[in-house]
Design a protein around this ligand. Sequence first.
Ligand code: HEC
Ligand code: HEC
Length: 244
Amino acid sequence: MRARKAMHASDEAMVLRVPRARAAASNGRRKRQSLKLAVAGSVLLAGFLFITLSATGRAGSADPSLEAKINYCKDCHGPSAQGYRGYFPIPRLAGQQPEYLENQLRAFIEHRRTNNIMFNVAHSLSPAMIAALAANFRDLNPSPLGGAPRGLVATGKRIFEDGVPDANVAACAACHGPNATGSGQIPRLAGQLYPYLINKLTNWDKERGQNPVRPDISAVMSPVAHSLTKPQMEAVAAFLSYLR
Ligand code: HEC
Ligand code: HEC
C-alpha cells in the first residue's frame, strides 16, 4: 500500500509541475523587456494559463486533481470502487449515498470514526474535494464481489426484512430501504463486502461515535449492532453481500 501511495504522490506532483515549469520559462523570456511589462506579462500569462487549464479541465469533464484523487481511492477500493478483499476488507464505495460518504470522510477527520488508514487519507482533503469525491461514486454499478456462504442468505434476508423481534432488533430495511440502497446519511449496504459488514457490526462501539463533543447519527445503529449475535451478523452480511 505504501508503494501505491508513493506512486500517487508523484503522479500528483507531475500534474502540478508541468504548468509551473511552463510559467517559469515564459517569465525568463520576458525579463529582457522592462520590469513593468514583465510583471504585467507574467500576471496575464498566469491568468491565461489558469483559464486555459481550468477550461480544458472542464471540457474533458474532469478536474485533473479530482481525477488523480479518485484513482488514488481506487488503488485501495478497487478499480470500479467495488471493494477489495486484501489484508483488511476494503469497503465498496460504488453506488454509495453521497451524503453518507461525505459524513464518513468528515467522521474520520473529526475522530468520530476511528481508522488510521482512512484518517491519513482524509485529513488533507479540502471540504470542496470531499464533496466532489463523495458525489463521484453514486453512479458506479459494478457487480458485487460475492464470496459469502450461500447457505446463510435465506436467514439473512429474513433478518433484513423483519429484524429479530425476540431481541428487539428493528428491520434493517426500515432504515436502509427495502433494497438496501440507503438514503442521505444512511448507507447503501447492497453489494457491500461480507467480511467488512461483519467487521463493522462486531466493532461498532469501538469505531463509531468516538468523539463525545460531536455526537452523530451512528448512535442509532449502536443498539442494532449490540443485539445481533455473531451468526445473525454473518447471515445478514451474506444476504447483503450478494444484493445488487
Ligand atoms: C491505503 C488504502 C486506502 C486508500 C488509498 C483509500 N481508502 Fe478508503 N478505506 C480504506 C479502508 C481499509 C477502509 C475501511 C475502514 C474501516 O474498516 O472502518 C476504508 C473506508 C472508507 C470509507 C468508509 C466507507 C463505509 O462504507 O463506511 C470511505 C467513505 C472511504 N474509505 C473513502 C475513500 C476515498 C474517497 C478515498 C480516496 C480519496 C479513499 N477512501 C482512499 C482504505 C483506503
Ligand atoms: C434506526 C435505523 C437503522 C436500523 C434499524 C438499522 N440501521 Fe444500519 N445504519 C443506520 C445508520 C444511520 C447508519 C450510518 C451510521 C454512521 O453514520 O456511522 C448505519 C450503518 C450501518 C452499517 C455500516 C455500513 C458501512 O458501510 O460502514 C452497517 C453494516 C449496518 N448499518 C447494518 C445494519 C443491519 C444489518 C441492520 C439490521 C439488523 C441495520 N443496519 C439496521 C441506521 C439503521
